[in-house]
Ligand binder design. Structure first.
Ligand SMILES: Cc1cc2nc3c(=O)[nH]c(=O)nc-3n(C[C@H](O)[C@H](O)[C@H](O)COP(=O)(O)OP(=O)(O)OC[C@H]3O[C@@H](n4cnc5c(N)ncnc54)[C@H](O)[C@@H]3O)c2cc1C
Length: 709
């Protein structure tokens, strides 16, 4: 049975998640693909529960796992004979006194620039932690958790990128020690770790620290488990330039909401640390014998949210160690039941370094990197495209940071001048990533409106839906009272809005799993405050699924920014759907690639083909309204109405944690304000027309020009 007790098919009808699925958000021990869907808030709520995990609960599980048949895995030369017998052990000392270390990879799929791995490989680490200062056995592991495989929506491109990165990492280990690999186990981490401690005699568990809500809950539970089992945990920050928890602490516990705040706090924390070299060697693993039995290694019993993209049978979780022909191997897309990816972006440290080296090979480009001047319309990425690699930890942030510093210093020595500054330069980009991490880690419910103290309340269409107990209903029920918004949302998601620039970006996102930052700006602005007035929660959810570089802080953070819900408040600056892409490409190359039905239109009409005369449409072989949609809304009228409504929301000035938002009265208050101000669809139409005449088009362009000055 592929999925144990899994339900097998997606439930499209609105359902409240079964108790198990809801709990999964808090219980699940995820990996780098994880997309939060709706559960992050629940994880934050569960922090306390995690701290108080009852011992009897853990003991119950232990009872159940006892007495299973013992099987021997047949790993590549890693038998008990070659690697030493298993030593059941529950203290932090092995029988011979050396440390027996599990190194748990999660979002750090690399060997170089890894403070956590370097520390885990340093024998002196263990002299303070109850061992004799030697490493007796070392297993780099990955826990492939069925809970996230089924209960979080992840597109094929991100799955594939993850598996490629895991394979690459495994090969890097083998290069250093032929007995080594990435030991991949299929099951829930807490159950796997319990078993490995028992069967492999593990004494220490090491991993890279992660500060986001989900990871904190997971790691607290793992730490409680470790204490119960009598093993030591060694967690070390390394995912960011500075540990977000430490930055928040220095900021007196408050979230970091501007780049300036982040810079000011971290300026007192010393330089960004130097990247650490790749380890010269990796110790041997110990025994890899395991008791394997069908229960209690974590089959999933909830709704399969990835059923729609699962085209084949998933056999991944049939055995704890994977197929008997290749135990502990990295799963394949086929074993997960997924079709092949569509993206041209491939995972792994080698690809990551190719990207970084390519960028660093042109010093002038590094020194003069200017994000606002990069081109979202470019067919070849005009920025580094490092984000998927940074997200999965295929490349370290310190390596990227100091690589750029070194190249710029050399360039300046040779007379180079005119280096760009933060926030537009590369350092500013990496700092933004840290800034969002420092906001997410300090703000409960950062990934939604309800309960989010920094998020301005707006009466968006298609917001999250909650039951009477405040528990979010997943999947979100269709809003039958607002079919137009539902239709707009689907059209946006699928790239058939009738606005070629938006459609090309959304199709590229789905196909490649990546789009340029300013393309993200365009589609996010359009969906929310620009034209559609649909909740940023919906847009974020689509990005959660399709982005390869999905990040639990950067994604909600940027959606908050773009929708003017937090970080940014100039809601009257809206991207033109024609004028904006024309700034960097008048020929519409990206549109021609991703909306091939429009490829024969003359440049003049490429971003607004509905304005082309009938004869031009016929000549292009594409009749608008028939072969490609007519624009689904009036860009300018919709924009004016959105601006007026958001102005009201700013006037009302409620936030996600305001009592009116929690008790559900905020919406009526804001609607009453719209009636008063004339920000309703009927009342606004005529006024909007007049205003447009007065202010003219291209407000966003004027704004950008002024900002650059
Ligand atoms: C609505 C929206 C959602 C986004 N969601 C994500 C996400 O889930 N994951 C993600 O990594 N980025 C996200 N971004 C930020 C940004 O678009 C991408 O990081 C960037 O486009 C990646 O391309 P690059 O590697 O070529 O970037 P470069 O410009 O080359 O920047 C280098 C690195 O800096 C970091 N970075 C740059 N800009 C940002 C930013 N605004 N926020 C956070 N980090 C940044 C990334 O790690 C990036 O790889 C989002 C932006 C928007 C507008």
């Amino acid at each position: 049975m592929p999925r144990g007790k899994s339900s097998g098919s997606a439930k499209r009808e609105p359902v409240s998640p079964p108790a198990e699925a809801k709990k999964a958000g808090a219980d699940a021990v995820g990996d780098a693909t994880r997309s939060p869907l709706k559960n992050v808030s629940a994880w934050k709520d569960e922090l306390e529960v995690a701290e108080n995990t009852s011992e009897s609960d853990v003991h119950d599980k232990k009872q159940k796992t006892g007495g299973a048949p013992r099987v021997q895995s047949k790993g590549k030369g890693k038998s008990a004979a070659s690697a030493g017998a298993a030593k059941p052990c529950s203290s932090s000392m092995s029988s011979s006194g050396g440390a027996r270390v599990l190194y748990w990879h999660r979002t750090d799929l690399r060997l170089t620039d890894s403070p956590a791995l370097t520390r885990a490989l340093d024998p002196s680490t263990y002299s303070d932690h109850g061992s004799d200062g030697t490493i007796e056995a070392f297993w780099p592991i990955w826990c492939f958790d069925p809970t996230y495989v089924y209960s979080t929506r992840v597109g094929v491109n991100r799955w594939s990128f993850l598996l490629e990165s895991m394979r690459d990492l495994s090969e890097r280990y083998e290069e250093l020690n032929e007995k080594q690999k990435l030991w991949v186990l299929r099951g829930r981490p807490e159950l796997i770790i319990r078993r490995l401690v028992r069967d492999w005699g593990v004494t220490h568990l090491a991993f890279e620290k992660d500060s986001n809500a989900y990871s904190k809950v997971r790691d607290q539970k793992i730490k409680a488990l470790a204490e119960e089992l009598g093993i030591q945990v060694i967690d070390t920050p390394g995912r960011h330039l500075y540990d977000p928890d430490e930055v928040i602490k220095q900021h007196k516990g408050k979230p970091i909401m501007t780049l300036h705040q982040w810079q000011s706090v971290t300026s007192k924390m010393g330089d960004v640390p130097d990247p650490l070299p790749k380890p010269e060697s990796i110790p041997d693993p110990g025994s890899t014998d395991l008791d394997e039995h069908g229960e209690e290694w974590g089959q999933y019993a909830g709704v399969d949210l990835n059923a729609e993209i699962r085209t084949g049978n998933d056999t991944c979780f049939e055995h704890l160690t994977g197929p008997s022909s290749e135990p502990f191997s990295v799963p394949t897309m086929g074993q997960l039941g997924f079709a092949d990816p569509t993206t041209t972006i491939h995972g792994g440290t080698i690809e990551a370094h190719k990207r970084l080296d390519l960028f660093l090979s042109t010093p002038e480009k590094v020194a003069k990197f200017s994000k606002p001047n990069s081109a979202p319309t470019s067919l070849e990425p005009s920025t580094t495209l490092l984000s998927p690699y940074i997200k999965f930890g295929c490349v370290g942030v310190r390596e990227t940071w100091w690589g750029c510093k070194r190249v710029i210093a050399d360039w300046e020595k040779k007379g180079g001048r005119g280096e760009t500054k933060e926030p537009e330069n590369m350092f500013g980009q990496l700092q933004f990533r840290d800034m969002y991490a420092c906001a997410e880690a300090a703000v409960p419910h950062f990934e939604r409106v309800r309960g989010n103290s920094v998020c301005k309340y707006v009466d968006w269409a298609l917001s999250n839906v909650y039951d009477d107990h405040g528990v979010e209903i997943i999947p979100r029920p269709t809003d039958r009272s607002n079919p137009k918004a539902e239709e707009y949302f689907e059209a946006w998601r699928e790239g058939r809005t009738g606005f070629p620039w938006i459609d090309a970006c959304m199709r590229q996102l789905k196909y490649e799993g990546w789009i340029h930052h300013l393309a993200r700006h365009s589609v996010a602005c359009f969906l929310t405050r620009g034209q559609c007035y649909i909740s940023w929660e919906r847009g974020m959810e689509v990005f959660d699924e399709w982005l390869i570089d999905w990040d639990p802080a950067s994604n909600p953070g940027n959606w908050l920014w773009l929708s003017c819900s937090a970080f940014f408040s100039q809601y009257f600056r809206v991207y033109g759907l024609v004028s904006w892409p024309q700034k960097t490409d008048k020929t519409g190359a990206l549109v021609r690639k991703y909306c091939p039905e429009l490829k024969n239109f003359p440049d003049k009409y490429i971003y607004a083909p509905h304005t082309a005369p009938q004869a031009v449409q016929e000549k292009a072989g594409c009749i608008i309204g028939q072969d490609y949609p007519f624009p689904m809304l009036d860009e300018h009228a919709a924009k004016d109405l959105c601006i007026a409504r958001i102005k009201d929301a700013y006037h009302l000035n409620l936030h996600g944690d305001s009592p009116e938002v929690i008790n559900g009265t905020a919406e009526d208050k804001l609607k009453a304000l719209h009636e008063e101000s004339g920000a309703t669809e009927d009342m606004h139409h005529e006024e909007g027309k007049k205003k447009r005449k007065r202010s003219g088009e291209g407000a966003m362009d004027k704004f950008v020009k002024r900002e650059k000055k």
